[in-house]
Write a protein that binds this ligand. Structure first.
Ligand SMILES: [Zn+2]
Length: 265
């Protein structure tokens, strides 16, 4: 059986080497905006050129376990929920103001959802860059993982995660693995555009958002309902309910890439 790697941030081959070249199926790799495609991974035992969605639950069911490295916190919750649904171990790098590493045990302990209900984060481009030092930490524990779910806040500082009975991921429902919570992506038939609508609540304080994103984009228009901006060759609209429209592409992964980078999810 293979492990599945979701994402990789461009470090996917390096990670595979650090872990001693295990059999690995890769979903997503790193997305290159200029070519609107994922980095190829010819060394992997299977490659799926798409961002993680609940549709990959079957792949997890047949796997050894999960490794997750991406700048989407939502994607981390999808991966954790899948691991819990199929009783698989998972190594999850958690993005944020600073990176953290979670080992999710298939048996003992809790998950991040036990103590931190999902909350939409800031745009990924304002976050700290991933540091390769985390790979050394993972390599140290890869062959001998902890017996209970463990969180490393910093390299070298570990704590056991307790389980909470009312955790949505530890319940029967598995809202992330079954698609109850998902990003609905719609490619326009007529226009050259893609729309993303979260199925969950994702309110954005547009005035605060504007201040944060201003240094990174060319602003076109803003009012109490939406912000319109340009980034690279794309034109983007962010609405206060979390809806997002990209003009200039029909590629859904481009829209998801920009949603992660410019809005945060
Ligand atoms: Zn939990």
């Amino acid at each position: 059986m293979s492990w599945v790697l979701f994402g990789g941030l461009g470090y996917e081959k390096r990670l595979w080497e650090v872990l001693g070249k295990p059999s690995l199926k890769v979903v997503g790799t790193e997305y290159i905006l200029s070519t609107e495609s994922f980095i190829p991974a010819p060394w992997a035992d299977g490659v799926f050129a798409e961002y993680l969605t609940h549709n990959y639950a079957g792949l997890v069911a047949e796997s050894e376990g999960i490794i997750h490295l991406s700048n989407s916190l939502f994607s981390c919750y999808v991966a954790m929920d899948m691991a819990l649904l199929y009783h698989k171990p998972a190594w999850i790098f958690l993005p944020g103001r600073s990176w953290r590493l979670l080992f999710l045990s298939e048996g003992e302990g809790g998950c991040i959802g036990c103590t931190e209900p999902y909350f939409p984060p800031k745009p990924a481009m304002v976050w700290e860059e991933f540091s390769l030092g985390w790979f050394d930490l993972l390599a140290t524990f890869w062959k001998n993982p902890p017996t209970s779910s463990t969180l490393w806040e910093k390299e070298g500082e570990m704590k056991i995660l307790p389980r909470r009975e009312d955790c949505p991921l530890h319940g029967e429902e598995h809202p992330y693995a079954t698609g109850k919570h998902q990003l609905v992506v719609a490619v326009s038939c007529g226009e050259n555009s893609v729309a993303i609508t979260p199925s969950f609540e994702r309110a954005i304080d547009l005035s605060g958002y504007l201040e944060e994103i201003k240094p990174f984009v060319r602003l076109r228009k803003s009012n109490v309902f939406f912000v319109e901006m340009e980034y690279e060759k794309f034109s983007c609209l962010v609405f206060r309910q979390g809806r997002f429209i990209v003009k200039g592409t029909k590629e859904k992964n481009t829209a998801l890439y920009l949603y992660r980078q410019l809005v945060g999810v």
